[in-house]
Design a protein around this ligand. Sequence first.
Ligand SMILES: C[S@@+](CC[C@H](N)C(=O)[O-])C[C@H]1O[C@@H](n2cnc3c(N)ncnc32)[C@H](O)[C@@H]1O
Length: 246
Amino acid sequence: MDWERASSVEGERTMRQDAKRSAPAVARNREPILAVLRDVLPATGTFLEIASGTGEHCVFFAQHLPQLRFLPSDLGDEQLASIEAWRRHARLDHVLPPLRIDVTQEDWFRDAAGAFAQDDELGRGLVDVVFCANMIHIAPPAALTGLVRGAARHLRPGGLLITYGPYKMGGRHTAPSNEEFERWLHSLDPSYGVRDLEELVARGAEVGLHHERTFPMPANNFTIVFRRTSAASLEPTSPRAPTRGD
Ligand SMILES: C[S@@+](CC[C@H](N)C(=O)[O-])C[C@H]1O[C@@H](n2cnc3c(N)ncnc32)[C@H](O)[C@@H]1O
Protein backbone atom coordinates (compact mmCIF):
# COMPACT_ATOMS: atom_id res chain seq x y z
CA MET A 1 0.00 0.00 0.00
CA ASP A 2 1.23 3.47 -0.85
CA TRP A 3 0.63 5.27 2.40
CA GLU A 4 1.31 8.66 0.85
CA ARG A 5 -1.82 8.15 -1.19
CA ALA A 6 -3.92 6.20 1.26
CA SER A 7 -3.47 8.79 3.97
CA SER A 8 -4.68 11.47 1.57
CA VAL A 9 -7.97 9.65 1.46
CA GLU A 10 -8.01 8.19 4.95
CA GLY A 11 -7.02 11.44 6.56
CA GLU A 12 -10.12 13.09 5.23
CA ARG A 13 -12.17 10.70 7.30
CA THR A 14 -10.51 11.90 10.49
CA MET A 15 -12.94 14.43 11.81
CA ARG A 16 -11.68 17.00 14.24
CA GLN A 17 -13.95 18.63 16.76
CA ASP A 18 -14.67 21.46 14.32
CA ALA A 19 -15.25 21.10 10.60
CA LYS A 20 -11.54 21.24 9.75
CA ARG A 21 -10.27 17.96 8.38
CA SER A 22 -6.68 16.99 7.93
CA ALA A 23 -5.02 14.78 5.32
CA PRO A 24 -1.51 13.77 6.49
CA ALA A 25 -0.28 13.50 2.88
CA VAL A 26 -0.81 17.23 2.44
CA ALA A 27 1.89 18.01 4.98
CA ARG A 28 4.31 15.83 2.97
CA ASN A 29 3.47 16.97 -0.55
CA ARG A 30 2.58 20.64 -0.13
CA GLU A 31 6.18 21.94 -0.14
CA PRO A 32 7.23 20.09 -3.32
CA ILE A 33 4.03 21.20 -5.05
CA LEU A 34 4.58 24.78 -3.90
CA ALA A 35 8.08 24.72 -5.41
CA VAL A 36 6.59 23.77 -8.79
CA LEU A 37 3.86 26.39 -8.48
CA ARG A 38 6.47 29.08 -7.79
CA ASP A 39 8.19 27.99 -11.00
CA VAL A 40 5.18 28.05 -13.30
CA LEU A 41 2.48 30.37 -11.93
CA PRO A 42 1.78 33.84 -13.29
CA ALA A 43 2.62 36.80 -11.04
CA THR A 44 -1.03 37.64 -10.41
CA GLY A 45 -4.46 36.25 -11.22
CA THR A 46 -7.10 33.83 -9.96
CA PHE A 47 -6.19 30.30 -8.92
CA LEU A 48 -9.19 27.97 -9.03
CA GLU A 49 -8.64 24.75 -7.14
CA ILE A 50 -10.77 21.75 -8.11
CA ALA A 51 -11.34 18.98 -5.54
CA SER A 52 -9.80 20.95 -2.69
CA GLY A 53 -10.60 18.14 -0.22
CA THR A 54 -9.71 19.29 3.27
CA GLY A 55 -8.78 22.78 2.03
CA GLU A 56 -5.28 22.59 3.50
CA HIS A 57 -3.48 22.88 0.15
CA CYS A 58 -5.37 25.99 -0.82
CA VAL A 59 -4.71 27.79 2.46
CA PHE A 60 -1.05 26.78 2.45
CA PHE A 61 -0.49 27.93 -1.12
CA ALA A 62 -2.34 31.19 -0.39
CA GLN A 63 -0.12 31.86 2.62
CA HIS A 64 2.95 31.58 0.38
CA LEU A 65 1.58 33.18 -2.79
CA PRO A 66 -0.19 36.30 -1.54
CA GLN A 67 -0.21 37.99 -4.94
CA LEU A 68 -2.75 35.50 -6.33
CA ARG A 69 -6.44 35.18 -5.53
CA PHE A 70 -7.51 31.67 -4.49
CA LEU A 71 -10.86 30.04 -5.14
CA PRO A 72 -11.21 26.55 -3.62
CA SER A 73 -13.98 24.08 -4.54
CA ASP A 74 -15.23 20.54 -4.04
CA LEU A 75 -18.42 18.59 -4.55
CA GLY A 76 -18.90 17.16 -1.04
CA ASP A 77 -20.64 18.85 1.90
CA GLU A 78 -18.03 17.74 4.42
CA GLN A 79 -15.20 18.87 2.18
CA LEU A 80 -16.83 22.25 1.62
CA ALA A 81 -17.29 22.68 5.38
CA SER A 82 -13.65 21.78 6.01
CA ILE A 83 -12.37 24.14 3.32
CA GLU A 84 -14.43 26.98 4.76
CA ALA A 85 -13.24 26.20 8.30
CA TRP A 86 -9.59 26.27 7.23
CA ARG A 87 -10.22 29.48 5.27
CA ARG A 88 -11.73 31.24 8.30
CA HIS A 89 -8.98 29.88 10.52
CA ALA A 90 -6.29 31.30 8.20
CA ARG A 91 -7.99 34.73 7.92
CA LEU A 92 -6.72 35.34 4.41
CA ASP A 93 -8.58 37.98 2.42
CA HIS A 94 -7.32 36.58 -0.87
CA VAL A 95 -8.98 33.18 -0.34
CA LEU A 96 -12.61 33.24 -1.47
CA PRO A 97 -15.31 31.01 0.06
CA PRO A 98 -15.40 27.57 -1.58
CA LEU A 99 -17.66 26.77 -4.52
CA ARG A 100 -19.50 23.51 -5.04
CA ILE A 101 -18.12 22.13 -8.29
CA ASP A 102 -18.57 18.67 -9.78
CA VAL A 103 -16.36 18.45 -12.85
CA THR A 104 -18.45 15.67 -14.35
CA GLN A 105 -21.11 18.31 -15.05
CA GLU A 106 -20.58 19.78 -18.50
CA ASP A 107 -20.73 23.44 -17.50
CA TRP A 108 -19.25 23.05 -14.07
CA PHE A 109 -18.09 26.62 -13.57
CA ARG A 110 -20.92 28.43 -15.32
CA ASP A 111 -23.46 28.67 -12.50
CA ALA A 112 -20.81 29.10 -9.84
CA ALA A 113 -19.30 32.01 -11.74
CA GLY A 114 -22.73 33.65 -11.92
CA ALA A 115 -22.39 34.51 -8.22
CA PHE A 116 -19.59 36.97 -9.01
CA ALA A 117 -19.97 40.53 -10.28
CA GLN A 118 -19.93 40.85 -14.05
CA ASP A 119 -17.11 43.39 -13.92
CA ASP A 120 -14.91 40.77 -12.28
CA GLU A 121 -13.22 38.24 -14.55
CA LEU A 122 -14.78 35.53 -12.38
CA GLY A 123 -18.21 36.89 -13.29
CA ARG A 124 -17.30 36.24 -16.91
CA GLY A 125 -16.27 32.72 -15.96
CA LEU A 126 -12.55 33.22 -16.47
CA VAL A 127 -9.61 32.22 -14.32
CA ASP A 128 -5.83 32.20 -14.78
CA VAL A 129 -5.04 28.83 -13.20
CA VAL A 130 -7.00 25.61 -12.63
CA PHE A 131 -5.23 23.32 -10.15
CA CYS A 132 -6.34 19.81 -9.22
CA ALA A 133 -4.49 17.40 -6.94
CA ASN A 134 -5.29 13.74 -6.38
CA MET A 135 -8.74 13.62 -7.94
CA ILE A 136 -8.33 12.09 -11.38
CA HIS A 137 -7.51 8.59 -10.09
CA ILE A 138 -10.18 8.51 -7.40
CA ALA A 139 -13.11 9.44 -9.61
CA PRO A 140 -14.69 7.93 -12.74
CA PRO A 141 -13.04 8.60 -16.13
CA ALA A 142 -15.65 11.32 -16.78
CA ALA A 143 -13.92 13.43 -14.13
CA LEU A 144 -10.69 13.55 -16.16
CA THR A 145 -12.57 14.57 -19.30
CA GLY A 146 -14.72 17.05 -17.43
CA LEU A 147 -11.75 18.64 -15.69
CA VAL A 148 -9.89 19.16 -18.96
CA ARG A 149 -12.86 20.39 -20.97
CA GLY A 150 -13.98 22.75 -18.23
CA ALA A 151 -10.47 24.11 -17.76
CA ALA A 152 -10.24 24.81 -21.50
CA ARG A 153 -13.55 26.63 -21.34
CA HIS A 154 -12.73 28.77 -18.32
CA LEU A 155 -9.01 29.48 -18.57
CA ARG A 156 -7.99 32.78 -20.09
CA PRO A 157 -5.73 32.40 -23.14
CA GLY A 158 -2.29 31.59 -21.75
CA GLY A 159 -3.81 30.23 -18.53
CA LEU A 160 -2.59 27.04 -16.88
CA LEU A 161 -4.18 23.71 -15.98
CA ILE A 162 -2.01 21.99 -13.36
CA THR A 163 -2.68 18.47 -12.12
CA TYR A 164 -0.89 16.53 -9.40
CA GLY A 165 -1.04 12.82 -8.68
CA PRO A 166 0.02 9.37 -9.92
CA TYR A 167 -0.05 8.50 -13.64
CA LYS A 168 0.80 5.55 -15.82
CA MET A 169 3.18 6.24 -18.66
CA GLY A 170 3.01 4.24 -21.88
CA GLY A 171 0.33 2.13 -20.26
CA ARG A 172 2.63 1.06 -17.43
CA HIS A 173 2.77 1.98 -13.78
CA THR A 174 5.79 4.06 -12.82
CA ALA A 175 6.29 2.13 -9.56
CA PRO A 176 5.10 -1.17 -8.02
CA SER A 177 3.45 0.78 -5.20
CA ASN A 178 1.24 2.52 -7.77
CA GLU A 179 0.09 -0.85 -9.07
CA GLU A 180 -0.85 -1.90 -5.55
CA PHE A 181 -2.53 1.44 -5.03
CA GLU A 182 -4.61 0.92 -8.16
CA ARG A 183 -5.79 -2.47 -6.90
CA TRP A 184 -6.97 -0.71 -3.78
CA LEU A 185 -8.71 1.99 -5.88
CA HIS A 186 -10.51 -0.74 -7.84
CA SER A 187 -11.70 -2.28 -4.59
CA LEU A 188 -13.28 1.06 -3.71
CA ASP A 189 -14.89 1.48 -7.12
CA PRO A 190 -14.02 -0.39 -10.33
CA SER A 191 -14.29 2.88 -12.29
CA TYR A 192 -11.42 4.45 -10.34
CA GLY A 193 -7.87 3.98 -11.53
CA VAL A 194 -4.44 5.46 -12.16
CA ARG A 195 -4.86 7.13 -15.55
CA ASP A 196 -2.44 7.23 -18.47
CA LEU A 197 -0.57 10.51 -18.81
CA GLU A 198 -0.92 10.09 -22.58
CA GLU A 199 -4.70 10.06 -22.23
CA LEU A 200 -4.66 13.26 -20.20
CA VAL A 201 -2.38 14.91 -22.76
CA ALA A 202 -4.59 13.75 -25.65
CA ARG A 203 -7.77 15.08 -24.00
CA GLY A 204 -6.01 18.40 -23.43
CA ALA A 205 -4.84 18.64 -27.04
CA GLU A 206 -8.42 18.13 -28.24
CA VAL A 207 -9.52 21.33 -26.51
CA GLY A 208 -6.54 23.62 -27.00
CA LEU A 209 -4.58 22.76 -23.85
CA HIS A 210 -0.93 22.27 -24.73
CA HIS A 211 1.05 19.90 -22.49
CA GLU A 212 3.97 22.07 -21.46
CA ARG A 213 5.83 20.36 -18.61
CA THR A 214 5.94 17.20 -16.51
CA PHE A 215 7.56 17.41 -13.08
CA PRO A 216 8.47 14.14 -11.31
CA MET A 217 7.47 14.49 -7.67
CA PRO A 218 8.16 12.52 -4.47
CA ALA A 219 6.25 9.29 -3.81
CA ASN A 220 5.90 8.44 -7.53
CA ASN A 221 3.64 11.37 -8.30
CA PHE A 222 3.83 13.90 -11.12
CA THR A 223 2.81 17.49 -11.58
CA ILE A 224 1.53 18.07 -15.11
CA VAL A 225 1.31 21.57 -16.58
CA PHE A 226 -0.88 22.52 -19.56
CA ARG A 227 -1.23 25.93 -21.15
CA ARG A 228 -4.32 27.13 -22.95
CA THR A 229 -2.95 28.07 -26.34
CA SER A 230 -6.09 28.42 -28.42
CA ALA A 231 -9.75 29.21 -27.92
CA ALA A 232 -11.58 26.02 -27.09
CA SER A 233 -14.66 25.17 -29.10
CA LEU A 234 -16.79 23.45 -26.54
CA GLU A 235 -20.48 23.21 -27.11
CA PRO A 236 -22.31 21.41 -24.30
CA THR A 237 -22.68 17.79 -25.32
CA SER A 238 -25.79 17.11 -23.27
CA PRO A 239 -28.47 19.01 -21.35
CA ARG A 240 -27.14 20.25 -18.05
CA ALA A 241 -27.93 17.92 -15.17
CA PRO A 242 -28.50 19.29 -11.65
CA THR A 243 -25.48 19.30 -9.38
CA ARG A 244 -25.60 17.91 -5.86
CA GLY A 245 -27.03 20.58 -3.60
CA ASP A 246 -28.98 22.32 -6.37
C1 LIG B 1 -8.20 12.13 -2.52
S1 LIG B 1 -9.13 13.61 -2.36
C2 LIG B 1 -7.92 14.84 -2.77
C3 LIG B 1 -8.14 16.12 -2.03
C4 LIG B 1 -7.03 17.18 -2.19
N1 LIG B 1 -6.97 17.71 -3.53
C5 LIG B 1 -5.69 16.60 -1.80
O1 LIG B 1 -4.82 16.41 -2.65
O2 LIG B 1 -5.52 16.32 -0.60
C6 LIG B 1 -10.19 13.58 -3.78
C7 LIG B 1 -11.17 14.74 -3.83
O3 LIG B 1 -11.81 14.75 -5.10
C8 LIG B 1 -13.13 15.21 -4.91
N2 LIG B 1 -13.90 14.81 -6.08
C9 LIG B 1 -14.22 13.55 -6.47
N3 LIG B 1 -14.94 13.58 -7.59
C10 LIG B 1 -15.08 14.89 -7.95
C11 LIG B 1 -15.74 15.57 -9.00
N4 LIG B 1 -16.42 14.87 -9.94
N5 LIG B 1 -15.67 16.91 -9.07
C12 LIG B 1 -14.99 17.60 -8.12
N6 LIG B 1 -14.37 17.02 -7.08
C13 LIG B 1 -14.40 15.67 -6.99
C14 LIG B 1 -13.54 14.55 -3.61
O4 LIG B 1 -14.67 15.16 -3.03
C15 LIG B 1 -12.28 14.69 -2.78
O5 LIG B 1 -12.30 15.89 -2.04
